[in-house]
Design a protein around this ligand. Structure first.
Ligand code: NDP
Length: 673
């Protein structure tokens, strides 16, 4: 059978690379899986296509429309996942490894889609923080906003997660409204190409929003501008080369890097052999060594234990590793598959050589053994031990990107913190302890050096997502050696693909720009009660102005005795007067809220289904007995939660008889769309 040639996807067409093609070998047996190349592509033209076609198409959509596309892409991947699993085996991945990559990738799309619909407005602009008052009368205010960058996001991905690695970057990029050009690592590009094909064939992608380069990037970097973003995952040396590119420097191109990381895991001082924490630690170290054959950017490379427990740790890990069957990833019995290629295995062997030359001892596994299938890239998991980690800098500096970990002792908490931080910046760290004191001391001493930290013990061990799993809602990235960047983290990750701008103007202008009601901005009073309108019949700025009611001392006393809230400020005039805040007895905040609801609610069943919460509640002016209050209820923003539920955010402003603001808050209701 003819070896397939992978295709690039450029200018919304599948394009064959010209000239020299690279062979990609199967990790299982070395046979040829595909040929690949990107010769002849017009890289500058691809950037222009992204900027001129993809960007405008995406920016026309709201955050919610983009979020729905992202969900659709996830569903498309899930519907054709078996095609992807078939290819994934060729990368050396077991079914479980493939699940992390393929279904984990789709799950990341679902998570970003859901975050986008829940936490972002159904608009084109994202507000950052609250209005900043800049003048006495309120006619001049400031507001930070985010808008999508108008260039292209260039994603350069590592070989280890060809699907997830692409999707964890694409989801926030698309949600932000930016087109992407994806360049997968060559050794597993066939799986990435297949996943791109699934997304393209879903018909959901706006033109120009996604392009694929299955080979070198040619002169692409020469055409970057300050509106583009490069998001890189791979080795520190390639990251350094790319971020030092003169065009990246000259144009201040945003550069997000996720690179080498000597992640640590620590057995707490309380976690003696026999405790649940000890067992969880051993299990996690072994799991991190063998999942994906240790080719994970978050894998545990340094396993630290109190010096008195080190022998027990070493023995327990060795026993567990002995039961790990290495072999054909398609075989259900195999616990660990192959490395991605024989050259990657050679590289791991060479790195192990550096670790042993610096004084670490191999205590489990033979690096030169070649288990599994002839011609494949299999190796045994290797456990090393370094009894003096302060005199062996290699164990903190050399990343063997395979099934390799080093156990090492620490003397006390200060030593543990210093050793963990000696990795010079990592993506993930785990601490196994049942002692809150140990957790506090350790995390406060080490958090600055680590992007994500898990504290695991008997209470969360069963439900934990594990040391090595980056989660779409949490940041993935780390300081220093790990690249100094962050990816994902929910909406935080979306902002990498947007520009923050401080806007200064009137509330009316800022409301128009941001497509949201801004306090002080224009309102249009409507006569029909807004609770009688479906969400689609409501317009931003629609306002109900209620009649006013007087709040009497009797109301306050009744409320106090009815609820049991007899706080002095409501019940004791002298004490209230003596306080620095009040001039006498005041109405309860909760009474004001209850009366406000009494003023604005329309009682009949209708398109408003439920009150789901209040946010940003502030009491600004006390309400004294015989003061009156009235409410203005204004549609601030609208979003769709699902096909048949909408969420309306209402600005509630409560005024007294002098039109002073007594209280403000956002009311959230679920509505019929
Ligand atoms: P590389 O840094 O070599 O490659 C990463 C990506 O960069 C690949 O897509 C690669 O493409 C691309 N690339 C390489 N050179 C250039 C260039 N000049 N211009 C544009 N793109 C380029 O890392 P590898 O994936 O080969 O892995 C090597 C080592 O990196 C591992 O052994 C491990 O130590 C570390 N690594 C760390 C990861 C982490 O997140 N911590 C993840 C993966 C790797 P191509 O494949 O076509 O060369």
């Amino acid at each position: 059978m003819k070896t397939p040639q992978l295709l690039n996807f450029a200018f919304d067409k599948w394009v064959q690379g010209e000239g020299n093609l690279a062979d990609i070998a199967s990790a299982i047996d070395g046979s040829l899986v595909a040929r690949t190349g990107s010769g002849g592509l017009d890289f500058g033209g691809m950037l222009r296509h992204a900027r001129e076609v993809g960007g405008p198409a995406l920016r026309k959509l709201t955050f919610h429309e983009r979020a729905r596309i992202i969900k659709g892409l996830g569903l498309a991947i899930m519907a054709r996942k078996e095609e992807l699993y078939d290819l994934s085996y060729q990368t050396g991945a077991t079914r479980k490894d493939g699940w992390i990559d393929i279904e984990g990738g789709a799950g990341t799309l679902f998570s970003f889609s859901s975050k986008g619909r829940r936490e972002l407005p159904d608009a084109h602009v994202l507000l950052d923080g609250a209005v900043e008052p800049l003048s006495k009368s309120g006619s001049f205010i400031g507001q930070h906003i985010y808008t999508p960058l108008q260039g292209a996001a260039v994603h350069i991905n590592a070989f280890n997660f060809p699907v997830w690695g692409m999707l964890e970057k694409l989801a926030p990029t698309f949600l932000a409204g930016m087109p992407a050009i994806v360049k997968p690592a060559s050794s597993t590009a066939y799986l990435c190409e297949a996943a791109v094909r699934v997304m393209v064939e879903s018909g959901l992608l706006p033109p120009g929003s996604l392009q694929l380069i299955v080979g070198g990037v040619g002169d692409l970097f020469d055409h970057l501008t300050g509106q583009d973003v490069v998001s890189f995952t791979g080795s520190a040396s390639t990251a350094l080369k790319l971020r030092s590119h003169p065009v990246v420097q000259r144009e201040s191109v945003k550069f997000v890097a996720e690179q080498d990381s000597l992640n640590a895991s620590l057995l707490g001082p309380d976690a003696a052999p026999g405790t649940p924490e000890f067992d969880l630690f051993v299990k996690e170290v072994v799991n991190e060594m063998t999942a994906k054959a240790g080719q994970k950017c978050t894998a545990i490379r340094r396993a630290m234990a109190p010096v008195e427990y080190l022998d027990a740790v070493e023995a327990a890990i060795r026993d567990r590793l002995a039961a790990t069957k290495v072999g054909d990833p398609r075989d259900k019995e195999s616990r660990m598959g192959a490395l991605v290629s024989t050259s990657q295995r050679d590289d791991v062997r060479a790195q192990i050589g550096k670790l042993t030359a610096a004084g670490a001892r191999i205590v489990a596994g033979n690096p030169d053994a070649s288990p599994g299938i002839a011609g494949g890239a299999f190796m045994e998991p290797i456990l090393l031990r370094s009894d003096d980690p302060w005199s062996n800098s290699a164990v903190h500096d050399v990343e063997a990107f395979g099934p390799v970990s080093t156990v090492m002792p620490y003397r006390d908490m200060a030593d543990a913190i210093a050793l963990a931080n000696r990795g010079m910046g990592s993506l993930a760290l785990s601490l196994f302890t049942y002692s809150p004191e140990a957790a506090r001391e350790f995390i406060q001493g080490a958090a600055a050096y680590h992007g994500r930290m898990l504290v695991l013990n008997r209470d969360n061990g069963a439900e934990s997502t594990g040391h090595g799993s980056p989660l779409p809602v949490l940041v993935h990235g780390g300081p220093g050696r790990a690249g100094g960047s962050e990816e994902m983290g929910g909406v935080r990750g979306v902002k990498h693909y947007m520009q923050r701008t401080a806007i200064q103007s009137t509330p009316a202008m800022i409301a128009a720009i941001s497509e949201q009601y801004i306090p002080g901005g224009p309102k249009h009073e409507i006569l029909q009660h807004p609770f009688r309108r479906r969400m689609s019949e409501l317009t931003i700025g629609d306002t109900l102005k209620t009649k006013s009611r007087t709040v009497t001392l009797e109301d306050i006393e009744h409320f106090a005795h009815f609820t049991g809230d007899t706080f002095y400020a409501h019940m004791d005039d002298e004490a209230a007067k003596a306080s620095p805040i009040f001039e006498g007895r005041v109405a309860h905040g909760y009474l004001i809220l209850s009366f406000a609801a009494g003023l604005f609610v329309d009682p009949d069943p209708g398109p408003v289904l439920a009150n789901t919460g209040l946010e940003n509640l502030r009491f600004l002016t006390p309400l004294y007995p015989d003061d009156s209050m009235r409410v203005e209820l204004t549609v601030r923003s609208k979003s769709l939660k699902s096909e048949d539920t909408g969420v309306v955010r209402w600005a509630v402003e409560i005024f007294n008889q002098n039109d002073e603001l007594v209280a403000t808050y956002d009311l959230l209701t679920e509505n019929v769309p």
